[in-house]
Design a protein around this ligand. Structure first.
Ligand SMILES: C[S@@+](CC[C@H](N)C(=O)[O-])C[C@H]1O[C@@H](n2cnc3c(N)ncnc32)[C@H](O)[C@@H]1O
Length: 259
């Protein structure tokens, strides 16, 4: 059931990814929650908690520190959510930091259309602009935090992408990357391999009515760097104090680092 997606060039992969997400955009949210059995909510929540921790923005339950702009529930904090898709990670950032200024960016316009629609329905202030992580249209040092949820697997050049992220973060700014990972221990490793390589391509294809999207997903995961290698690429792009944690028996990993 494994399918090898060999792209001839970076442009070919980029245009496949953009077209594919454009085609599944309307069904994306449903599948996201369904195929992750709803775990994706807690993974996104944890990713934003890490962003807050590393930016030293306290949680609602901790006693309030002396007021500074940074400490008023994210007041003054500028967050860029890259590969924002339909917005779930950006909206989680706003849920935890209602005063933050959140911008989403993504190469797939139909995903951004849904982002804007959902933001309006939820009464949230968040901007969504079309953009490619490998050539961000933002000035140097313009964000306190950059987040990515399930986007990095789809990028064509992680070195270029991470250097761009480093460029747009201000010194001391925080990058948080939430991505699928590969469980390493029995029995999760075996269950996961069965799920991703055998079950998902069939169930995903039938329900999404897209021929390749759910074959591309396990393929992109197979080719993705492991936890240590991803941390190394972040360091090579200039990030300091790079660390990561895994969740749900190693199904996802959250890497973070400071500029
Ligand atoms: C799996 S979705 C993740 C959406 C959202 N972050 C979430 O947590 O559900 C991956 C997104 O990455 C976007 N993407 C892929 N390559 C990109 C690139 N080079 N620059 C910006 N976005 C990209 C796709 O268009 C897609 O919306």
């Amino acid at each position: 059931m494994t399918t090898d997606f060999t792209f001839q060039s970076r442009e070919e992969k980029k245009s496949y990814v953009e077209r594919m997400f454009g085609q599944i955009a309307k069904r994306y949210d449903f599948f996201n929650h369904f195929l992750s059995l709803g775990f994706d909510y807690s993974w996104r929540r944890r990713a934003i908690e890490i962003l807050r921790d590393r930016l030293a923005i306290p949680h609602k339950t901790t006693p309030p520190p002396p007021p500074t702009p940074l400490h008023s529930a994210g007041g003054g904090v500028r967050v860029l959510d890259i590969a924002c898709g339909t917005g779930d990670l950006a909206f989680e950032a706003l849920a935890q930091m209602p005063q933050a200024e959140v911008t989403g960016t993504d190469i797939t316009e139909p995903m951004l259309v849904l982002f804007r629609k959902k933001a309006e329905e939820k009464g949230l202030q968040a901007t969504a602009v079309r953009g490619d992580v490998e050539a961000l249209q933002f000035a140097d040092n313009s964000f306190d935090g950059v987040t990515i949820g399930f986007g990095t697997r789809n990028f064509t050049d992680l070195n270029v992408a991470f250097r761009e992220i480093h460029r747009v973060l201000r010194p001391g700014g925080v990058f948080v990357n939430l991505e699928l990972a590969k469980p390493r221990v029995f029995p999760m490793k075996q269950l996961y391999n069965f799920y991703f390589n055998m079950l998902l391509p069939v169930v995903g294809t039938v329900f999404s009515r897209h021929n390749t999207a759910y074959k591309y997903l396990p393929d992109s995961l197979r080719k993705f760097p492991d936890l240590e290698a991803l941390g190394k690429i972040m360091e090579e792009a200039g990030f300091k104090q790079v660390q990561w944690e895994t969740r749900t028996a190693g199904i996802v990993a959250i890497h973070s680092g400071l500029k």
